[in-house]
Ligand binder design. Sequence first.
Ligand code: TTP
Ligand code: MG
Length: 362
Amino acid sequence: MNTPVIRKILHIDMDAFYASVEQRDNPELRGKPIAVGGSSKRGVTTTASYEARVFGVRSAMPGYMAKQLCPDLIFVSPRFDVYREVSYQIREVFREFTDVIEPLSLDEAFLDVTVNKKEIPYGMEVAQKIMDRVQAETQLTCSAGVSYCKFLAKVASGMKKPNGLTVITPKRAEAFLEKLPVKDFFGVGKVTAKKMHNMGIQTGADLKRFSRLELLKFFGKRGDFYYNIVRGIDNRPVDAHRIRKSLGVERTLENNLGTVEEITPILFHIIDTFCERLEKADNYGRTITLKLKTANFQTLTRSHSKSYFIRNKKEITDIAFLLLRENATAFDKIRLIGLTASNLEREQDAGADGQLSFDWEE
Ligand code: TTP
Ligand code: MG
């Protein structure tokens, strides 16, 4: 009888990625609190240096708020072409060890190193070697998580940032998950975490008290995922051939909104993020889709296609608002808005944008 092979999965994630690149390339910024992006009107930060995080500055924070928290904050414009270049460099490093690489964004990827090109028996040793090689190639640090499945590798990589390496063995997995706050579960977004908190679920141990059926009842098909994950069961393979068919952004609203006037500022904000995401991914679509979820959980989608790739922000804005107005009479209140680009220029460019394939928030 074959004994099942325990996989060795790594999750590698660059530390304060854009900010570290900026500090690397401009010595004057080193040791200082900086935020990348966020200086324009309505602009939000993409990320902050560790010096700025001490003050509470975070990703996706409006610039004015970041400045309030940290008056000495220096805003730096993003340079996506440089981030992309670093992203290629780190993927080349990964490729020295394995071809089973699933990028999640420019700065993070899953690697399956169960079998690796250097024939290193320990996942932890592979991870350490990769961290060293990444630093040598890019003068930047990354953090690594090592485990037997994607979920735990991903959680592990965030535990000792920056420049940290964390291993979660199968033996430690269940105890670790019991203590883990559900808000830190990969795949549990803000809305679900809140719902779980309302149900008295704070940690993995609390979550474990619910049966599969109960979780299915409360969370639909995601209930099955939560049931398994809290028991350390995650058999998803590292998918080196994930094909991206669309790129999008969606937001669940804090309050359900009814009129076009109420929705307008939020849609502007979504358009900003959406355009940034397309630019970051360096990928554009011929079709733009607006998705609205109504207060009574109906999903409305409307699309607009062109014969060319839609890159221009003004045009994207016009299309988004056209689609919103076309829908305006179809709902009473809405609870979620999303924008998606499809018919992409580069459907093969798996995960080059930062959106996770299993962000199952909504
Ligand atoms: P992350 O890996 O989430 O963050 P980070 O690398 O800046 O910091 P950490 O050390 O905690 O990993 O994201 C990678 C890059 O993606 C980040 O540097 C900037 C960009 N980004 C955005 O543009 N918007 C966002 O909301 C987030 C979270 C990241
Ligand atoms: Mg990172």
